[in-house]
Design a protein around this ligand. Structure first.
Ligand code: FES
Length: 111
């Protein structure tokens, strides 16, 4: 095991956008059935369109964030401690513009 905290911080890490894409069988809603993959694609596309996909913001598909809904996907932006549920692909531009600025000009802001 290698401890890499210093490396990550020196590389300018500012935020992780975590998108739940959990799929499961059962009676409970899951993000895979509520556009999880499409929301993750929309997040990556928004960042790519602004030239900041490989930048100080990282994107990760994740397991359950505890905000399961049949109406949309759960998204968290860490370490800002911002949480969203019921996110649809069409919501992603407004969500990311609010977090990082319309042209991602605040992508390097820290919490
Ligand atoms: S399955 Fe996505 S938040 Fe629970």
């Amino acid at each position: 095991m290698r401890e890499r905290t210093t490396d990550v911080m020196e590389n300018g890490f500012a935020a992780h956008v975590l998108v739940c894409t959990t799929d499961r069988d059962g009676d409970y809603a899951c993000c895979a059935d509520a556009s999880g993959d499409a929301v993750a694609d929309a997040v990556r596309a928004w960042l790519r369109d602004r030239g900041v996909f490989w930048s100080r913001v990282h994107v990760a598909e994740t397991s359950c964030l505890g905000l399961c809904s049949e109406n949309g996907t759960a998204v968290a932006i860490q370490p800002r401690n911002e949480w969203y549920s019921d996110v649809r692909p069409a919501d992603v531009p407004d969500l990311l513009a609010a977090a990082f600025g319309p042209d991602a000009e605040r992508v390097a802001d820290t919490a």
